[in-house]
Design a protein around this ligand. Structure first.
Ligand code: AMP
Ligand code: ZN
Ligand code: FE
Ligand code: FE
Length: 274
């Protein structure tokens, strides 16, 4: 069984529609695939219908932007109640903060490049706006050749163009998703290329708040990190997952390049029922 529990569509910063992602998942030989757009569940219905049509099992998910002491943390959640008021409030605040933050980044960039908010807004459309949409607008202008180059040269934390955005405290987000029936997994906890990462004590706090799993097998982790994070997960009684973090043509990550074992997936499902 091939199980990939982390993908993005045009509902956030992936380049394929939710239906396209499901079709590609079937073509990639996946049996189970989760759609985990940033701070939005708006792709669930379309993905679910197409997954049924192409014969893959769809898992409704999300990647929640969170923080701990200024460090950005991504939290995957599966199966939570999309109508839960606390979940909706939390996500609405973050999406609004993302718009303000994207506008602030554009303001700084506009001093050096002929970039407008309108161009970025066009690129984002109705999606949860993120730096990849700013990258796309910079590619359109010929400032950089690709999204990757935009992140390397302009959009990374530490760049003078970088602006952070509000996001909920991660332990509160774990508890909120849990109360709404969600099963949470700490996404790419050791991805140092994305910026600073939190220490083991924070993962323990998250476990205490109801975290179920750790995404150990991810492109951004080398073998040493996988060993360390796998041991950390074992020590805390957390499930070890793996996934592609597919973004369509927006990133190099390929569907199915990292997988979650059937036993680990069964453990996530068991946590859902508790
Ligand atoms: P943001 O959501 O605005 O903080 O932007 C972070 C998102 O950009 C994450 O979902 C990453 O997957 C994506 N991202 C990070 N680095 C790159 C890169 N080098 N190329 C394309 N996308 C990236
Ligand atoms: Zn993304
Ligand atoms: Fe992420
Ligand atoms: Fe992601």
């Amino acid at each position: 069984m091939r199980i990939d529990l982390h993908t993005h569509s045009t509902v956030s910063d992936g380049t394929g529609t939710p239906a396209q992602v499901m079709r590609e998942a079937a073509e990639a030989g996946l049996d189970v695939v989760a759609l985990t757009d940033h701070d939005s569940i708006l792709g669930w219905e379309e993905a679910s219908a197409e997954a049924d049509a192409v014969g893959v099992r769809f898992v409704p998910g999300i990647e929640v932007s969170c923080k701990h002491r200024g460090i950005s943390i991504h939290l995957l959640s599966y199966w939570h109640d999309r109508a839960d008021a606390d979940v909706r409030d939390m996500l609405a605040l973050t999406r609004e903060a993302r718009v303000h933050r994207a506008r602030a980044i554009v303001d700084v960039l506009a001093a050096d490049f002929p970039l407008t908010w309108g161009a970025v807004a066009d690129r984002a459309g109705a999606a949860t706006v993120g730096r990849p949409h700013i990258a796309d607008a910079l590619v359109d202008l010929g400032v950089v050749p690709t999204r990757d180059a935009a992140f390397d040269r302009i959009l990374a934390p530490g760049s003078r163009y970088y602006v952070p955005h509000f996001a909920p405290e991660v332990t509160a987000a774990v508890a909120t998703m849990r109360r709404a029936g969600g099963v949470t997994v700490f996404a790419h906890p050791g991805a140092t290329a994305r910026g600073r990462v939190v220490g083991d004590a924070v993962v323990a706090e998250m476990a205490h708040a109801g975290l179920v799993g750790v995404e150990v097998d991810h492109r951004d982790h080398d073998d040493a990190q996988r060993g360390r994070l796998g041991a950390l997960a074992d020590g805390l009684g957390l499930v070890r997952t793996g996934a592609s973090d597919y973004h369509g043509t927006g990133k190099r990550n390929r569907l199915g390049e990292n997988l979650t074992s059937p036993a680990a997936f069964a453990a996530l499902e068991a946590a859902r029922q508790r």
